[in-house]
Write a protein of this length. Sequence first.
Length: 235
Amino acid sequence: MATPHIEVEDKNLFAKTVLMPGDPLRAEYIAKNYLTDVIMINKVRNMFGYTGYYKGKKITVMGSGMGMPSIGIYSYELYNNYDVDKIIRVGSCGAYSPDAKLYDIIIVKDAYSESSFAKTAYNYQENIISSDDFLTNNLSEAAKNLNIPFTISTIHSSDVFYRAHGNVMVDVRDKYNCVGVEMESFALFANAKYLNKKAACILTVSDSLVTKEYTTAEERQKSFNKMMEIALEAA
C-alpha cells in the first residue's frame, strides 16, 4: 500500500480530510498544537504527516512541499491510494494588491495558472480551475463563526518564484483579477477535479509584491494560527 513518497501501509491511518501546508514543519506545528492523540504516520523525505483528533474529529495534517509537481504527487497519492476525500491547502501567498496586508486571510475560489500541469496530466485546456464549493463555503462559515476577517478571491498559481520576463501585475493581476500569488493550488484543484474529490485552499499573506513587506521563515511556520484554526473548524 505504501507509495514511493508515503510510507503508510494501512490507509485507515489517514483521515478522510487532510490539511496540507507546504512546509512539513508547519504540519508538525499544527499537529502538536491543535490535535490530540497524535501519531506520526509519514517521514519519507522529511515530508511529515500526522493523524490525530480535533474536537473529536479525526484529522490528518501533512506537508506538500513547494510547487505544483510536489503537491501534485502527494495530493494524487492521498486521493487515489489512501481514499482521502478532502484536502484543504493551508498555505502562504504573496500579495499583488495593496489592499492585501500581511497576515490577511484569503480563501481561494479559483486558481489561475500559466502552468502546463493540468494539460499534461489530464488534457485540461482551461487555465482557471475552481475550488470545491462545499469546502470553500465551510471555510467561509468557519471564519465568520470565529470572527476572523477574510476575503474570497482568485489566486495566481505560479511555476516560478523568480520572474525576469513580462509584467506580472499587468499580465496576471489585472487581466485575471488575482489578489496574490502562490505555487500549489492549481495542481491540487486539477487532481481533485480529475479524481472526483474535494479540494480547497486558505492562505495567509506572508509578503507583499507591492509594499515589499515580508514575514520571516519562523513567522510563516508558527504565526499563521488564525488560518489554521479556520481550516480545522471547517474540516
